[in-house]
Design a protein around this ligand. Structure first.
Ligand SMILES: Cc1cc2nc3c(=O)[nH]c(=O)nc-3n(C[C@H](O)[C@H](O)[C@H](O)COP(=O)(O)OP(=O)(O)OC[C@H]3O[C@@H](n4cnc5c(N)ncnc54)[C@H](O)[C@@H]3O)c2cc1C
Length: 372
């Protein structure tokens, strides 16, 4: 290890780090991943566990196809706010609900098969001349990829952190043993909180709740959604509540001279969008090419482009979360215009280009919104 010079060293073996490692390795680069957590059997994390169709497309570009046994197909999204229900299905493609541990174990297996050198329980301590510091040694490399999550220390060390405000909320999730009652991800709203239900198995759903108050516990939040509680019908919880911060955060630059940020380390969208993993996998595909070319500038511009539509979706979801009145009107408008909701969902899922958002869709929904 001491004498080895890697083409790429990746800090963080979460989904973004592993996807980047697989992408770079597929380009023939020598890649090492250093992860602080010692388990390689599937790292768990608080997540809604929904993969949008474009996340699956990006995974396929990395040579990864989720076996049917890994998850449960997701056909679209249903919004529920009191008596108002709006739903739409993805055009052609499906998403997948998959347990984080299953997804992680699968990515680890693929990385290992691809020939990535994986080092668990070995956190990167900082940048060093010619590489990174791991324990007492300097691991030398040509490129450094920081995939160390929302609070990335390497982002700070590389001078890519920007000061200023950013929106934070708090999420927690729990699994319940119950046959999924729908093939749609359900989004339930209450005042100041939102619950997402994702089918993740033949007899299991993941219920993730996001709100602005870090002090509210899962057991305090769940009763805010009586319709969901009725649906769960006393189902047994199969996991403990696990929490995490979610943030809407962007950075002016995601690259340094020989360093690139990826995944949540490179900026994030609120958990309400369910698009964090999708962004990470799409970024990994582009980063693999950029590293092979030895040119990070096109990663920088592609990163901005990939985030455009998720940012727009985030704006809409957060506006719906902030104002009960706005949300009710918006969901009523979507209920009244199912074709336009399908169109919006197609853009959200990456099946239609962002340009499809132009004019017709806002006009149609805007009119219904005013009448709602
Ligand atoms: C409540 C909630 C619900 C969500 N729901 C969804 C959803 O349904 N769909 C979706 O696509 N996204 C969802 N997300 C977002 C998604 O979970 C994140 O976008 C995703 O985890 C980002 O992956 P990552 O690899 O960048 O970061 P992480 O998953 O945080 O991984 C970072 C890794 O880096 C390691 N690390 C940190 N520091 C170091 C270091 N110094 N050295 C080595 N290793 C280090 C950590 O141990 C960790 O394993 C949700 C998020 C929340 C909070």
């Amino acid at each position: 290890m001491v004498n080895q010079v890697w083409d790429v060293v990746i800090a963080g073996g979460g989904p973004a780090g592993l996807a980047a490692a697989i992408a770079a390795r597929r380009k023939g680069l020598e890649v090492a991943v250093f992860e602080g957590v010692s388990s390689d059997t599937g790292i768990d994390k608080c997540c809604g566990e929904g993969l949008m169709p474009d996340a699956l497309v990006a995974l396929r570009e990395l040579g990864i196809v989720l076996p049917p046994s890994a998850g449960t197909p997701i056909a679209g999204i249903r919004f529920l706010d009191g008596d108002t229900v709006a739903e739409a299905r993805f055009p052609q493609r499906y998403g997948t609900g998959v347990r984080r541990t299953t997804l992680h174990a699968l990515l680890v297996e693929r990385a290992r098969e691809a020939g990535v050198s994986l080092h668990w329980g070995r956190p990167v301590r900082g940048l060093a001349p010619g590489g990174v510091r791991v324990g007492d040694e300097v691991v030398r490399c040509g490129w450094i990829v920081a995939a160390d999550g929302l609070q990335s220390a390497l982002r700070r060390a590389a001078g890519l952190e920007s000061v200023g405000k950013y929106a934070r909320r708090f999420g927690s999730r729990r699994h319940f043993q119950i046959e999924p009652w729908s093939d749609l991800v359900e989004v339930y709203w209450a005042h100041g909180a939102q619950a997402n239900v994702t089918p993740v198995g033949d007899d299991e759903v993941c219920v993730a709740i996001v709100c602005g108050d870090p002090l509210l516990r899962y057991q305090d939040l769940l009763p805010l959604f009586p319709a969901l509680v009725a649906r769960l019908d006393g189902a047994v919880a199969t996991s403990h509540a696990r929490g995490a911060m979610t943030a809407s955060r962007r950075f002016a630059r995601v690259t340094g001279a020989n360093l690139a940020l990826i995944g949540d380390a490179s900026g994030s969208v609120d958990a309400a969008t369910g698009l964090g993993l999708s962004l990470a996998f799409q970024q990994a595909v582009v980063l693999g090419d950029a590293l092979l070319e030895g040119n990070l500038s096109f990663y920088q511009s592609a990163h901005r482009r990939i985030a455009k539509m998720p940012r727009l979706m985030e704006m809409m979801m957060l506006a719906m979360d902030r104002s009960d009145g706005f949300r009710r009107r918006a969901i009523r408008a979507l209920e009244a215009e199912p074709a336009q909701f399908s169109r919006l969902l197609a853009i959200h899922a990456g099946a239609l280009p962002p340009a499809s958002f132009a004019l017709r869709l806002p006009l149609a929904l805007g009119w219904k919104f005013l009448k709602a």
